[in-house]
Design a protein around this ligand. Structure first.
Ligand code: RB5
Length: 146
């Protein structure tokens, strides 16, 4: 199960991403927002982050205008490794090296075609493990230190 969320700035792209996920047969849960009415991105970044951190969802996708605010919000949740990606190379490498569990995108930055390719790359790439696992453990240690 995939968690997905956006603010009003990311609403239209989120609709396109959900259609794409359905066409691929990927199950998702939409944590809002549910219209283009102005709202606050931290609410949706947190909701998706908590769904992933709790194990309710394996991975998440968050979208706002730039992708920046909602990625910061998701990363405030312990256990979340949210990566803001604007290209497929970054989406591949953040899965392989950072084991990113949430993808953030900026709807006012990316065209829909590129955004969907980034989603596919993020979903279809695995974690390399090895030395990268040690580095991810250090990220968790930083969280513990607060
Ligand atoms: C909303 O206007 C905008 O600030 C938001 O979507 C996002 O870009 C924040 O980082």
């Amino acid at each position: 199960m995939l968690a997905i969320g956006s603010d009003h700035g990311g609403y239209a792209l989120k609709q396109a991403v959900m259609k794409h996920l359905s066409e691929r047969g990927i199950e998702y849960r939409d944590f809002g927002t549910y219209s283009e009415e102005s709202c606050d991105y931290p609410d949706f970044g947190e909701a998706v982050g908590r769904a992933v951190a709790s194990g309710e969802c394996e991975r998440g996708i968050v979208i706002c205008g730039t992708g920046i605010g909602i990625s910061i919000a998701a990363n405030k949740v312990r256990g979340v490794r949210c990566a803001l990606c604007g290209d497929c190379f970054s989406a591949e490498m953040t899965r392989r090296h950072n084991d990113a569990n949430v993808l953030a995108m900026g709807a006012r930055v990316l065209g829909e075609g590129l955004a969907l390719k980034i989603v596919d790359t993020f979903l279809d790439t695995g974690f390399d493990g090895g030395r990268h696992a040690r580095r991810i453990a250090k990220l968790a240690e930083i969280e513990q230190r607060g």
